[in-house]
Design a protein around this ligand. Structure first.
Ligand SMILES: [Fe+2]
Ligand SMILES: [Fe+2]
Length: 368
C-alpha cells in the first residue's frame, strides 16, 4: 500500500526489489516500507462493522440450545455473537467477546476461574444466582454482575426459578492477544458460599456510604459484585430531572468501583444510560469498542452512517472510532441502554481519544 505523502512509504516494486524481499524472507525478516502504511494507519481502521442482533431472532435459537446440549457437556451453554467483519475470531466487536447464556431451573455451570475479566447482564428469567469467590448473590432481570479476573465463579438457577438468559461479556480475546490468559476448574463442582447472601451489596452498595474502619478492600476490582436494576434505574430517572446529561449519551452513568470511583474492573467497564422521551443525541466517536444491550424501551442508533432500530434486549455494537448517535423513538417513555466496553483499557493505556461531529449540526448524514 503506497502513499504519495512525505514521511510515508512509497516504494514501487521492481524485479530487483522483489528478489531482495525474497532474500529477506528466507531470513524471517522483511522490509518495513512494504507494510508500514498498513500497520501504522492515520487513524483507527477497525475491520469490525456495526451490527445489531435482534433478540426476537436470537431468543428461539438460544432456547433451542436447552435441548441440544447439557451445561455439563458444554461447560457453558452459550450462543456467542460474531462480528461479520472478523469471522473466526470469536469477537463481537474489536477484541470484545459476548454471548447469550441460557440455563433451566435446577441447572448450574461448574465453578472455574480465569485471568479474563467477565461480566453479565441479566436479560430474562428468575431465580438465577452467581457465586464469586464464595460470595453468593441472587440475580434478576436488569441486574449487572461482575466476575473479576482471577476470581472463582459458578452460576445456576434455583430449582424453583425460571429459565434464565443473560449476556456474558469477556476480555479473553484481548488477553489471548497479549498471551496472558489462564484457566482453571475448581476442585469442587460448585463453591461453598461462605458469606451471607448478597453480602457485598449490603456492605458496599449503600448510597454514598462505605464501611469505615476495619480492613480496607485492596483488590484491583470493585467489591460490589452486583449492581441491581431497580436502584440503577431509579438513579437514572432522578438524574434526568436534575441534569441535561451528555449531548452524546443522554443521562449516562458509569458502574463504578465504589472504592476508587473508577471502572468496575481494570480491562472492562460498563455504563447505563437513559434517553428521555423524544431525546436524540448528537454524534461523537472515540477509541474503544462498545457493546450495547437495550434494557428498556425502543429507539435507534446511527452508527457509521447506518441506522439500526432497536427494542428491548437487542444487542448492537459500535466499533472503535465509529461515529455514533442514539435516539429514543418514543415521545413519552424513556429508553435505557446498558453497555460494556474496553474503555478502561483505553484510559489505562493512555489511548483514549474522543471527537465530536462538527458537520450537519452535529448529526451524521445517513449513508446510502
Ligand atoms: Fe467464567
Ligand atoms: Fe460513545
Amino acid at each position: 500500500m503506497r502513499e504519495d505523502v512525505i514521511g510515508r512509504a512509497n516504494v514501487e516494486d521492481t524485479p530487483e526489489l522483489d528478489r531482495y524481499y525474497a532474500e529477506l524472507g528466507r531470513q524471517e525478516s522483511y522490509a518495513l516500507w512494504t507494510v508500514a502504511n498498513a500497520i501504522e494507519p492515520w487513524e483507527p481502521k477497525p475491520v469490525s462493522v456495526p451490527v445489531l442482533w435482534s433478540y426476537e431472532a436470537m431468543r428461539p435459537l438460544v432456547l433451542k440450545a436447552l435441548d441440544m446440549v447439557s451445561p455439563e457437556k458444554a461447560g457453558r451453554r452459550v450462543i456467542a455473537l460474531e462480528n461479520p467483519g472478523r469471522k473466526g475470531l470469536s469477537a463481537c466487536v474489536g477484541w470484545l467477546y459476548t454471548g447469550l447464556q441460557v440455563m433451566r431451573p435446577g441447572e448450574f455451570a461448574n465453578a472455574h476461574n480465569h485471568a479474563s475479566a467477565a461480566l453479565r447482564f441479566i436479560m430474562e428469567g428468575a431465580g438465577a444466582y452467581t457465586v464469586v469467590d464464595g460470595h453468593k448473590m441472587d440475580l434478576a432481570a436488569g441486574d449487572f454482575v461482575i466476575t473479576p479476573n482471577g476470581t472463582w465463579h459458578d452460576h445456576g438457577v434455583d430449582a424453583g426459578g425460571e429459565t434464565t438468559v443473560w449476556q456474558d461479556g469477556l476480555d479473553m480475546l484481548l488477553l489471548n492477544q497479549l498471551d496472558a490468559n489462564f484457566y482453571a476448574v475448581h476442585p469442587e463442582h460448585v463453591q461453598k458460599s461462605n458469606y451471607p447472601i448478597n453480602d457485598t451489596s449490603a456492605v458496599y452498595g449503600g448510597p454514598g456510604l462505605l464501611p469505615a474502619g476495619g480492613e480496607a478492600w485492596s483488590k484491583p476490582y470493585s467489591p460490589l459484585f452486583k449492581y441491581e436494576w431497580a436502584p440503577t434505574y431509579e438513579t437514572l430517572v432522578k438524574a434526568s430531572k436534575a441534569t441535561d446529561g451528555s449531548p452524546y449519551d443522554g443521562i449516562i452513568m458509569q458502574y463504578v468501583n465504589p472504592i476508587t470511583g473508577g471502572p468496575v474492573m481494570k480491562t472492562l467497564g460498563a455504563h447505563i444510560q437513559l434517553l428521555r422521551g423524544g431525546e436524540r443525541t448528537k454524534a461523537h466517536r472515540h477509541t474503544g469498542s462498545v457493546v450495547y444491550n437495550v434494557a428498556k424501551g425502543s429507539g435507534y442508533s446511527i452508527i457509521g452512517g447506518k441506522r439500526f432500530d432497536w427494542k428491548k434486549n437487542d444487542i448492537f455494537v459500535v466499533p472503535s472510532w465509529a461515529w455514533h448517535e442514539h435516539a429514543n423513538s418514543s415521545e413519552r417513555d424513556d429508553a435505557v441502554l446498558f453497555s460494556f466496553s474496553d474503555l478502561p483499557s483505553m484510559h489505562a493505556l493512555g489511548l483514549y481519544r474522543e471527537e465530536a461531529c462538527s458537520e450537519n449540526d452535529g448529526y451524521q448524514q445517513l449513508a446510502h
